[in-house]
Write a protein that binds this ligand. Structure first.
Ligand SMILES: Nc1ncnc2c1ncn2[C@@H]1O[C@H](COP(=O)(O)OP(=O)(O)OP(=O)(O)O)[C@@H](O)[C@H]1O
Ligand SMILES: [Mg+2]
Length: 605
């Protein structure tokens, strides 16, 4: 994936996150407190910078008053210099403090996002399969990227704007009262008349803006779908219809935009008139005071500037409020993931499985149904004991519960009834990572990562050397074809291994399991038809893999069945027969039928 498109995807997801529900309250943001509190030094820095910047801004109007009242008199020319110098110093402090505030607050925003991403990802890696059965991958991904990005923009910028304006609001309000209690009273009366309509209009504009964004998303979804399938559109002569649909969507988005523009123009007019009317009114009263000599011109100037500061801070606060709500929604969704408790966890004092693991497996009267489908029992009174080094083949119709046996042995789920043991240790009393470390699994569907062939094999044991990897590839009959790839073992295999054939993918999965060198081997044979030659190669690879290991193999190939020490026939989550090939065939039950169906009539004879 090129850099460009992944950036696009992030942008798209962020866009999507912005259109998702906002928090009803901002309470979920409290969940971020522990993440932020980890950096008290940075918070202190941000706080100090914030206070400094506020104080510097609030000092400006005082300097202005001195200038107006004293600065312009001819007999005191010397003090002009000091007033302007003071103003300059204030400006420098303001600049430095603002820059520092920006640095600290943005740093905290980035850091919190980084920590949050890691925490969520780490938590996801601990979750049991049930979580992934009920949650779409795209959903989880968008929480991980888009929601965290949203939180970053809020913690790192909107929060800073909000804090600065909150400080500014209280600071300037105090200074207003200090400068002129009478005029402040008057301003307090006019303020709501200015602010309330602006807030109402602001909300409306924002809602319309969101609606027009949604419309744009509609148009681009339709365009993307049809453009990528233009050939189909043309071959079905569907152009006219598509043009009509697209035009309709575009016109819709224009209509919403028109409303938005109208509301925005109205808001601009009203805001300007109201603000100026308020200012003019207060100025007028103030001017009367100046004429009557109860107030100096400088004090009036100072008052006006504070009033402007106060009003703008309220305006800014109402603007970032929407952002803060968005972040509250995003935080809620992330906390939701963090609060999912993994179904499978290690007990406080796990029982150790003695090393080396011998590979004694026991299923004792196990009954199990998947959490998402409680009414169907996937296993039903299933009992099976496998001795160390034994090879047991599981056969049975599709849906008989064969893969489920592996799922339970890997402890991805716990059975509702019965007990599963490894070397005599009941699985729930052990640490699941220790159980899984004793298993090497070749799953039904091969998973290849978008990495090099080398890395794909080394996935089985990340600390393995290059020699180990090559030896495993040899044993899996994969060395030869890997060598012939353009860059040998270092060839990138592409997403899901699209550059390989099915048999090649399987042999990489087998090499991975060989490298893992675990005492228990779980082999879910793929049904995918391999050509005769790769079938022989894969068989040989599997033979190498099974040496000296307890092996449970879900068998679809006759060769595998014949090699097994014991064959277990399953139907509807139960064992209905077991024994060796010839004996089972002689019994003439389900096994004989399966053999005939799966491996052909001649095999059964
Ligand atoms: N994750 C799951 N959630 C719910 N039900 C499941 C899940 N996986 C399997 N099942 C159900 O459990 C039953 C046993 O499935 P299982 O995968 O063990 O069959 P199988 O014997 O491996 O079949 P196949 O040969 O087709 O792979 C089936 O009825 C299946 O629909
Ligand atoms: Mg299966």
């Amino acid at each position: 994936m090129s850099r460009n498109t992944s950036a696009d995807i992030v942008a798209q997801q962020e866009d999507e996150a912005r259109r998702r529900p906002r928090g009803r309250t901002v309470r979920p943001l409290l969940a971020l407190v522990p993440f932020i509190m980890k950096y008290p030094g940075m918070i202190a820095g941000a706080f100090v910078a914030l206070v400094m910047a506020t104080l510097a801004t609030l000092a400006m109007p005082i300097a202005v008053r001195f200038m107006i009242d004293n600065g312009f008199s001819r007999d005191d020319a010397g003090s002009i210099d000091s007033y302007f110098l003071a103003l300059l110093i204030v400006a420098i402090v303001l600049g430095a403090a603002s820059a520092t505030r920006f640095f600290f607050v943005s740093w905290i925003g980035e850091r919190v996002t980084a920590d949050l991403r890691q925490a969520v990802y780490a938590h996801i890696t601990r979750l049991s399969p049930v979580f992934f059965e009920v949650t779409r991958t795209g959903e989880v991904l968008s929480r991980l990227t888009a929601d965290t990005t949203l939180i970053k923009s809020v913690v790192g910028s909107s929060a800073s704007i909000a804090l600065r304006n909150l400080f500014m609001f209280f600071g300037s309000a105090i200074m207003l009262v200090y400068t002129s209690p009478a005029l402040s009273g008057l301003a307090a009366l006019t303020l709501p008349a200015v602010i309330v309509p602006m807030i109402v209009f602001g909300r409306m504009v924002r809602r319309l803006a969101r609606a027009s964004q949604d419309r744009i998303a509609d148009t681009s979804a339709h365009a993307a779908e049809t453009i990528s399938a233009m050939q189909t559109v043309q071959s079905f002569t569907h152009e006219v219809e598509d043009r009509r649909v697209y035009a309709h969507a575009v016109e819709n988005s224009f209509d919403t935009a028109k409303l938005r523009i109208l509301a925005r123009s109205g808001m601009t007019a009203i805001a300007i008139v109201l603000v100026f009317a308020g200012v003019v009114g207060i100025l007028w009263v103030g001017a009367q005071n100046v004429v009557q000599g109860t107030m100096t011109a400088g004090t009036l100037g100072q008052f006006i500037i504070y009033a402007v500061l106060c009003a703008t801070s309220i305006g800014a606060l109402s603007e970032v409020w929407g952002e803060v709500q968005l972040a509250a929604g995003a935080t809620e969704r992330l906390v939701e993931i963090l609060q999912v408790t993994p179904q499978i966890t290690a007990p406080a004092n796990p029982v150790a499985i003695a090393k080396p693991v011998r590979g004694l497996i026991g299923f004792d009267n196990v009954s199990f149904s998947y959490p998402t489908r409680p009414e169907i029992s996937a296993l039903n009174g299933f009992s099976l004991s496998v001795s160390p080094g034994e090879t047991v083949a599981l056969v049975g119709a599709s849906g008989a519960g064969k893969s489920t046996v592996f799922q339970l042995l890997s402890r991805f789920y716990d059975p509702q009834l019965g007990q599963i043991t490894l070397d005599g240790v009941a699985l729930p009393t052990a640490d699941p990572t220790h159980v899984r470390a004793a298993l090497a699994v070749v799953p039904q569907e091969t998973v290849i990562f978008a990495k090099s062939a080398f890395e794909n094999i080394r996935f089985g044991r990340p600390e393995a050397s290059r020699e180990d990897v090559i030896a495993a590839a040899h044993a899996a009959q994969a060395h030869e074809f890997l060598e012939r790839l353009p860059e040998g073992y270092d060839t990138e295999l592409g997403e899901r291994g699209i550059t390989l054939s099915g048999g090649q993918r399987q042999r990489i999965a087998i090499a991975r399991a060989i490298l893992r060198a675990a005492p228990v081997l779980l082999l879910d044979e793929a049904t995918s038809a391999l050509d005769a030659e790769s079938e022989v190669l894969v068989q040989k690879a599997l033979g190498n893999l099974m040496v000296n290991k307890t092996t449970l193999v879900i068998a679809h190939r006759l060769a595998t069945v014949l090699k097994a020490d014991r064959i277990v026939v399953m139907a509807d989550g139960q064992i209905i027969a077991s024994g060796r090939h010839e004996a089972l065939l002689a019994e003439g039950g389900l096994y004989a039928r399966l053999v005939e169906l799966q491996f052909g009539r001649h095999a059964a004879e």
